[in-house]
Design a protein. Structure first.
Length: 108
């Protein structure tokens, strides 16, 4: 059986495999496309705060470039630990409240 040709390059199957799920692919692609768009928008300003495209591409659209980067494993999804982030945030808030109470006690 021969492999079917597709007009979409990189192929969606490869992108899904690289990202893990279609929802992660959409999020990852959109975020990276915004970064690429910001890079192209600031080229003449010399600021250099945005990361340039990580692949050589003939595509002109930031989303197409982002998908090519994902397919080339230049952009990889990172799992966030929301529970650990929430615990750290709660601890920081508790520390700040304790410090504020201590300062109030000293001022009284």
């Amino acid at each position: 059986m021969s492999e079917s040709t597709s007009m979409i390059d990189p192929q969606v199957e490869k992108l899904l495999e690289a990202s893990g799920s279609k929802f992660r692919l959409v999020t990852l692609g959109a975020r990276r496309a915004r970064q690429i768009n910001a890079y192209f928008g600031q080229l003449g300003e010399g600021l250099g705060t945005a990361v340039p495209p990580q692949v050589t591409s003939t595509a002109r659209k930031p989303l197409s470039i982002a998908f090519e980067e994902i397919a080339a494993d230049k952009i990889v999804p990172v799992e966030r630990d929301f529970e650990a982030e929430a615990l750290a945030e709660a601890q920081a808030k508790a520390d700040a409240e304790a410090l504020a109470a201590e300062l109030d006690a000293k001022n009284d």
